[in-house]
Design a protein around this ligand. Structure first.
Ligand code: ADP
Length: 162
């Protein structure tokens, strides 16, 4: 059983994330989408909202995944759940430096968990959670950016914040 972890903030999940999760599901027997609990960041969506939106979006896309929340070292979490790989997405060159550093350090900490990268699909290359938050807050159309089933929840939460 080959298990992978797709870690991230998912604040909120976007079509770009969903594409990576779909592609991971085509290579691995089980995909665990793991939401990072990071007390240093103050996310726009609560942990429960982010988990709920991932479940809704994946179900809508016909993807069977597990969704979990983790804190602490990612490699420890991966080991705990029996994952052989961490899946990350790469968009622009700007993602590369950080991802390379993380993958190298994670490899140093735990050499039996591999980091696997998927290049973003061209149509999602420009999508990020931060752009979704920015456009949504300003009342823009986010229908090309996030899965249909969560659009309303995303807009409601973003526009209800001061
Ligand atoms: P983090 O704060 O850990 O980067 P994110 O939720 O922003 O969490 O991203 C999680 C993963 O999804 C990262 O590997 C990121 O590169 C990838 N990702 C996000 N958006 C896209 C996209 N549009 N195309 C490909 N990968 C993406």
């Amino acid at each position: 059983m080959r298990i992978c972890v797709c870690p991230g903030s998912f604040d909120p999940i976007t079509n770009g994330h969903l594409d990576i999760i779909r592609r991971a599901a085509s290579l691995f027997d089980k995909v665990i989408v793991a939401v990072l609990r990071n007390s240093a960041k103050s996310p726009s969506f609560t942990e429960a909202q982010r988990v709920d939106m991932i479940l809704t979006a994946c179900a809508e896309a016909g993807l069977t995944v597990e969704v979990d929340v983790f804190e602490g070292l990612l490699v420890e979490y991966a080991r705990k759940v029996g994952a052989c790989a961490i899946v990350r997405g790469l968009r622009a060159v700007s993602d590369f430096e950080y991802e390379m550093q993380m993958a190298s350090l994670n490899n140093l900490l735990c050499s039996d968990v591999q980091t696997v990268f998927f290049m973003t699909s061209a149509q999602y290359a420009y999508i990020s959670s931060s752009m979704v938050r920015e456009i949504g807050r300003l009342g823009g159309d986010i229908s090309a950016l996030v899965p249909p089933s969560i659009q309303e929840q995303v807009l409601c939460t973003l526009t209800s914040k001061p």
